[in-house]
Design a protein around this ligand. Sequence first.
Ligand SMILES: Nc1ncnc2c1ncn2[C@@H]1O[C@H](COP(=O)(O)OP(=O)(O)OP(=O)(O)O)[C@@H](O)[C@H]1O
Length: 318
Amino acid sequence: MIHAHQLARTFWVDRTPVEAVRGIDLDVAPGEVVAFLGPNGAGKSTTLRMLTTLLAPTGGTAEVAGRDIGADPVAVRRRIGHVGQGNGSFDGLRVHEELYTQARFYGISRRSARARSAELLDQLQLGEQANRDVARLSGGQRRRLDIAMGLVHRPQLLFLDEPSAGLDPQSRSNLWEHIARMRAEDDTTIFLTTHYLDEADSVAERVIVIDDGRIIADGPQDQLKAKVSGDLVTVELVEPADASAAAGIAARLPTAHAVSADGDVVGFRVAEGDTATPAVVRALDAAGIRLRSTRVQRPTLDDVFLSLTGRSLRDSEN
Ligand SMILES: Nc1ncnc2c1ncn2[C@@H]1O[C@H](COP(=O)(O)OP(=O)(O)OP(=O)(O)O)[C@@H](O)[C@H]1O
């Protein structure tokens, strides 16, 4: 559905090149839900703008929904839906009029446009708001309308740029329920960006991480977590004085890394925390080191990012 080869974009600012995207390769299969993640300024929007034909690349090629973005941008646009960060709306229109106008804009007949609008209003639970002025919608309702606008022409591929930005947790979770349902029904391919890593983790089947214009990780999140980061095991000791000896024992476990000792707590990362923990408990016991508790935490996407770059994706957002 998306095939990009060495896609690149350089901006020139005061005669200085800004390499926003530095030759990325991307392959997204039909029906996949992919979260595209990275810190501020990593190149996410620039990539999205190129793939949706809003911005010309300065290098490389891409085929999106079966058409070349450079040679056939109009065909690409007809086949994709794009929900940007702040979608414009036609002032003074009611909700159903806005959807109908969008459908007509795509060349859909009057009758089909009416039917499609009604169907989407129903699917996105906006039926009660159909006659409301768009300006009077809540944030969550507005975002659902944006999604409906992106889906009006039944695109095979939907680009969602920060779909849940600015929404409260309840509206966010509603929004994702809607997206999941629509996806299950229509098998739409979804390529989304989000700053909420927990959201990316639960919604997507695969994550692609971009940093400084380059793709630094790409795969199903479980695979990335196991490969890149590993489980975090923390062991609480009875005697803080044993911490450095305990850390030394932990460091000898196969695959153990990122070993730390802080007061009476020793932490380390390991490929399989559940099997490593009994081994470390036995070894500590044999060394006469007494424990208070052990804990295994699965890695988060942020841990993956931290392992890859040495920075937290969360920190970079602040
Ligand atoms: N029109 C432009 N002119 C000059 N530089 C630009 C332009 N657009 C983007 N850039 C630069 O390109 C880099 C990538 O920006 P981009 O907006 O793609 O990042 P992003 O990952 O989407 O960030 P954010 O999460 O903040 O939206 C940044 O250094 C940005 O300053």
